[in-house]
Design a protein around this ligand. Sequence first.
Ligand code: URA
Ligand code: SF4
Length: 195
Amino acid sequence: MTGLSLEDCHLCTACELASTRQTVVISRGNPNADLMLIGEAPGAQEDDQGIPFVGRSGRALDQLLREVDLDPSRDLYICNAIKCRPPNNRRPKKAELAACRPWLNLQLEAMNPKVIVLTGATAVEAILGIKGGMTQLRGQWQSWNGRAVMPIFHPSYLLRNPSKAAGAPLDLTRQDLAAVRHRLCEPWTASNSAP
Ligand code: URA
Ligand code: SF4
């Protein structure tokens, strides 16, 4: 793909979501960070503002990140598997994920993250090609193109399951993010930095 730049994404009409979106939602955070978080798709507020994870889910996510000492604007780059909002927040279709993949690939290439966090089953399926329940998948390190990958519960799931009890989804997610933070402090050896 020669000459494709992330700026062009704002004009993309490669899938049917182009006709219903308000804005194309590309990223927030630090493009030079070692950590990249990939969500599912923009929701209503993201579509409105053109920034990922700015609604209720985003606020819950930012709070969790801060709780493990990760600064949302300094320590990671945040984006989604697809850049335009699906009508009524339905799950993205396979064809839409495929159509949008070149933009995500461009982000992955440009940011070259050491660690990737995937929030929810759609992001896990899109990147790792694994289908499954997040209860099984979360908290287990995976690898993708030499990068460490951590699947976590989607923040919207955490909003529906707000128990603060030890071992509840919120607590588990905090543990997963703490493991991610830990991993970021480890040296990036040749064996796990290969593309
Ligand atoms: N949920 C997501 O997966 N991404 C967003 O940007 C907002 C909510
Ligand atoms: Fe293009 Fe992705 Fe938006 Fe579809 S979702 S129009 S592929 S940017």
